[in-house]
Design a protein around this ligand. Structure first.
Ligand code: NAD
Ligand code: IPM
Ligand code: MN
Length: 325
């Protein structure tokens, strides 16, 4: 029962502190390791071997955020550590829920270890630079089945988002989904092109239940879904493999513009902790109690990004107070 904490860069350590304060009373061992920019400074590598080993041996990985402007243009970037870690743990199913507590309750199921992030990239002798979007049928099938299964436990509506009017990989996604669809007769399936999906999430997000999509579309659409349901400060995620530890992390990044000010909203991080309690520890009750305590803090001690004046520490005090009430 060990959780590996990777605080990372920028506001990462600030929101991680909130997570550690909330987790400390529980019978879970916590261990922190260098990752991202911090690890580049110390070891010249954003994912040093001991950090990766600790993650592989853990029950779950909790990540703050990585990345800093100082690495723009650098040969080694913090983001490479995250891409490598996700690949090494094979956490292909990235669950990104967004809810406004009212009519909007959508779940983006983002494929996380394939597509353009992991395809061939390079530069030819004549100066052509390329990133390649690549998918195999098994890669698509496992994430599409996750999408159907999750929809089955919710409102039974699945929207497969792609760019099948242009991309060969998107057409393969549709073929695979058509092949496995008969296994889920109770789920209502629709296809939607990604440009329209962006517009629909902005104008009528309540129409969606579960969205399944490839890696980069999921990256972009999940920030958009966050924006229409309270912002990046509140959007959590879980990245799951078929076996072994998952990674639980906010959707947001290291927010260099507010780092060090003590005003980062820890909601996204704490909701990721709730997802960890649920998915990695099967502690549904503890997860529910934490979610309720977070909602209390959002009402009573909101941070500036959601219209209040509380700092990260004060918000977390409120969460802890609500938990022990
Ligand atoms: P960002 O998500 O860090 O910030 C976008 C905006 O949202 C900023 O205005 C920021 O202040 C605000 N914001 C984000 N989280 C917040 C919080 N908890 N409370 C209040 N406001 C919050 O995106 P960016 O600025 O494009 O990226 C900064 C760095 O983070 C880049 O290096 C990027 O690669 C990295 N990044 C890392 C992760 C990750 O570690 N999983 C995710 C996204 C981006
Ligand atoms: C995210 C981030 C990452 C991604 C970056 C930092 C590699 O934006 O988790 O959404 O693109 O997956
Ligand atoms: Mn992103």
């Amino acid at each position: 029962m060990k959780v590996v904490c990777l605080p990372g860069d920028g506001i990462g350590p600030e929101v991680m502190e909130a997570a550690i304060r909330v987790l400390t009373p529980l019978p879970i061992e916590l261990e922190s390791h260098p990752f991202g920019g911090e690890a580049i400074e110390k070891f010249g590598d954003p994912l040093p071997a001991p950090t990766l080993e600790a993650c592989k041996e853990s029950t779950a990985v909790l990540l703050g955020a990585i990345g800093l402007p100082k690495y723009d243009g650098a040969a080694v970037r913090p983001e490479q550590g995250l891409i490598s870690l996700r690949g090494a743990l094979d956490v292909y199913a990235n669950l990104r829920p967004s809810s406004d507590g009212d009519k909007v309750n959508l779940l983006i199921v983002r494929e996380l270890v394939g597509g353009i992030y992991y395809g061939r990239r390079g530069r030819t002798e004549d100066g052509l630079v390329f990133d390649t979007c690549e998918y195999t049928e098994p890669q698509i099938e496992r994430i599409a089945r996750r999408g159907f299964e999750l929809a089955r436990r919710r409102l039974k509506k699945l929207t497969a988002v792609d760019k099948a009017n242009v991309l060969a990989t998107s057409r393969l996604w549709r073929q695979v989904i058509e092949r496995i669809k008969p296994d889920y007769p109770d789920v209502d399936l629709e296809y939607m092109l990604v440009d329209n999906a962006a517009m629909q999430i902005a104008r009528a997000p309540e129409q969606f239940d579960v969205i399944v999509t490839e890696n980069m579309f999921g990256d972009i659409l999940s920030d958009l879904a966050a924006a229409v349901t309270g912002g990046l400060g509140v959007a959590a995620s879980a990245s799951l493999a078929d076996a072994g530890p998952g990674i639980f992390e906010p959707v947001h990044g290291s927010a260099p513009d507010i780092a060090g000010k003590g005003i980062a909203n820890p909601t996204a991080m704490l909701r990721s902790v709730a997802m960890m309690l649920e998915h990695a520890f099967s502690e549904e009750v503890a997860a529910r109690e934490l979610r309720q305590a977070i909602d209390t803090a959002i009402r009573e001690a909101p941070t500036p990004d959601i219209g209040g004046t509380a700092g990260t520490h004060e918000f977390t005090d409120k969460v802890i107070e609500a938990l022990s009430a």
